[in-house]
Design a protein around this ligand. Structure first.
Ligand code: HEM
Length: 401
C-alpha cells in the first residue's frame, strides 16, 4: 500500500525478477515475478486454491471467523476460488452460457453502446473519463448480456451496483481489510445478493433470451446451478465484467495520451486496434496479480514450496520480463509474437477474455473514428490507491472530432 510503490511498481518488479524471482513476502506468501515461473504456477494442476479459510486467516489471525463475513463467504463460493471438481462444474455451466457465438453476436450492440456513450461524453464540459465512460460502457455491456434492459433499471441503480462491486472487490486483495472497509464490503454484498436473487426470480417466472435465463436453465436436473451458486456466479461475472475492463479502457487511453507516436501509428492504421489492445493489456494490466496454493510439494525458481503455501503470481511483472518480451518497458502497439499473461492461465483462464478484447477493440475503433483529436490530461491523472486492480480514479479527457 506504499503510495510510491503503487504509483510505479515496475522498477520493484524488475529488481525482484533479477534478484529475488521467488521472494518471501513479509505478508507470509511467496511472490513470483518472472514470466516462465508465473506461467508454470498458473498452468500447473498441483497448484490450486487450497484451504480458503486458512488462506484468508493468513492476513488476519487464526481466530478470525472468515465465513461469518458475508463478503468473504461469497468469495469462498466464487468458482475462481475453487478447485475441481466444484470449479469445473460451475465454470462449465457459466462458460456454456458465455460462448464465443454469444460474444460475437454482441459486437453490433457493443459498438452501438460505445458510440452512444462516447457521444454523451463529448457533450460534457468537465469529463472524468473513468466514471463518465470507462465504468459505464462495460457495465452497460454486462447489463445487456445479463438481459437487464435499459428502462428496467434506473441509472442511479446501475451506479449503486457499480459502487457496490467497487466496495466489495477489496476482498480479493492480498491483505487484511480495515474494519470499516470490511463492514462496507459485507453490507454491499448483502445488497448485491438481494438484487441478483430478485433478477433470477423474475427470469424464472418470465424466461428471456439472455445470459441470466441461460444460467437459470444451464445444466439439467441435478446438475443445475443452485440459487446460491447462481447469485454468487453472476455477482462475480458482473464484477469481473466491468472492473477490470473499465480499467483496461482507462489505462489504454492514458497510455495512448502518454505515447503520441504510438497514438499516431494507430490513427494512421486502425487495423492495429487488436494489437493495441494486447499491448495495453501487457503494459498496464488492470489486474496485476493472482495467486495459487501448493496442493503438493513443489519447486519454483529453485525454491521449495510446501503444501498449503501460497504463491502470488504478479502477471504485470511477468508481462515486462525481458527474458520473454523484446523492449518490455516500451509501450509499442506493433503486433508482438508473445501473448501477455494478463488473463491468467490453466483451468482458471479468464472466461471473459474474448469479450474484454472485443470491448477494447471496439472502443478504440469508435474513439479514433469519431474523435481523432481527443486530448488526455496525463499530468492531472490520479491513480486509485489499490495494488491488485490497477487503474485511474480521475482521468481528464476531452473528446474532439
Ligand atoms: C481486461 C479485462 C479482464 C482481465 C484483465 C481479466 C483477468 C482475469 C484473470 C487474470 C483471471 C484468472 C484468475 C486466476 O487464475 O486466478 C480471470 C478469471 C475470470 N474472469 Fe476475467 N478478466 C477480464 C475481463 C473479464 C470479463 C469481461 C469477464 C466476464 C464477462 C470475466 C470473467 C472472469 C471469470 C468468471 C473468471 C474466473 C474463471 C475461472 O476461475 O475459471 N473477466 N480474469
Amino acid at each position: 500500500m506504499d503510495p510510491e510503490f503503487l504509483q510505479d511498481p515496475y522498477p520493484t518488479f524488475s529488481t525482484l525478477r533479477d534478484e529475488d524471482p521467488i521472494h518471501l513476502s513479509d505478508l507470509g506468501f511467496w511472490v513470483a515475478t518472472r514470466y516462465d515461473d508465473c506461467r508454470s504456477v498458473l498452468i500447473d494442476k498441483s497448484f490450486g486454491q487450497g484451504d480458503f479459510v486458512r488462506n484468508i486467516q493468513l492476513f488476519y489471525d487464526d481466530s478470525f471467523d472468515v465465513l461469518a463475513q458475508p463478503a468473504y463467504a461469497w468469495l469462498s463460493r466464487v468458482f475462481v476460488m475453487q478447485d475441481p471438481p466444484q470449479h469445473t462444474r460451475v465454470r462449465d455451466l457459466v462458460a456454456s452460457a458465455l460462448t464465443h457465438r454469444r460474444v460475437k453476436e454482441m459486437a453490433p450492440r457493443i459498438r452501438q453502446l460505445a458510440a452512444r456513450q462516447l457521444q454523451q461524453v463529448a457533450k460534457l464540459e468537465d469529463v472524468n473519463f473513468i466514471t463518465d465512460f470507462a465504468y459505464l460502457f462495460p457495465t452497460l455491456v454486462m447489463c445487456d448480456m445479463l438481459g437487464m434492459e435499459e428502462g428496467e433499471f434506473s441509472w442511479e441503480l446501475l451506479a449503486e451496483l457499480n459502487q457496490a462491486v467497487a466496495d466489495t472487490f477489496p476482498v480479493f486483495e492480498t491483505r487484511a481489510l480495515e474494519p470499516e472497509e470490511l463492514a462496507l464490503a459485507n453490507q454491499q454484498m448483502d445488497f448485491l445478493t438481494e438484487f441478483f436473487d430478485d433478477l433470477f426470480q423474475r427470469r424464472k417466472k418470465a424466461p428471456r433470451d439472455d445470459l441470466t435465463t441461460a444460467m437459470v436453465y444451464a445444466g439439467d436436473g441435478d446438475d443445475a446451478l443452485t440459487q446460491e451458486e447462481l447469485s454468487t456466479s453472476v455477482i462475480g461475472l458482473f464484477g469481473a465484467g466491468f472492473e477490470t475492463t473499465a480499467h483496461m479502457i482507462g489505462n489504454g487511453i492514458f497510455c495512448l495520451g502518454a505515447n503520441p507516436e504510438q497514438r499516431l501509428k494507430l490513427q494512421n492504421n486502425i487495423a492495429l486496434a487488436d494489437a493495441a489492445v494486447e499491448e495495453i493489456l501487457r503494459f498496464e494490466s488492470s489486474l496485476q496479480a493472482t495467486y495459487r496454493t501448493a496442493l503438493e510439494p513443489k519447486e519454483v525458481a529453485g525454491q521449495k514450496i510446501g503444501v498449503g503455501e501460497r504463491v502470488l503470481t504478479i502477471v504485470a511483472a511477468a508481462n515486462r520480463d525481458e527474458r520473454h518480451f523484446d523492449n518490455p518497458e516500451s509501450f509499442d502497439i506493433s503486433p508482438r509474437e508473445q501473448k501477455p499473461l494478463t488473463f491468467g492461465g490453466g483451468i482458471h483462464y479468464c472466461v471473459g477474455a474474448a469479450l474484454a478484447r472485443l470491448e477494447g477493440k471496439i472502443f478504440l475503433e469508435e474513439l479514433f473514428t469519431a474523435y481523432p483529436n481527443f486530448l488526455v490530461d496525463i499530468e492531472s491523472a490520479r491513480l486509485r490507491g489499490a495494488f491488485l486492480f490497477r487503474g485511474y480514479e480521475d482521468l481528464r479527457v476531452t473528446l474532439r472530432a
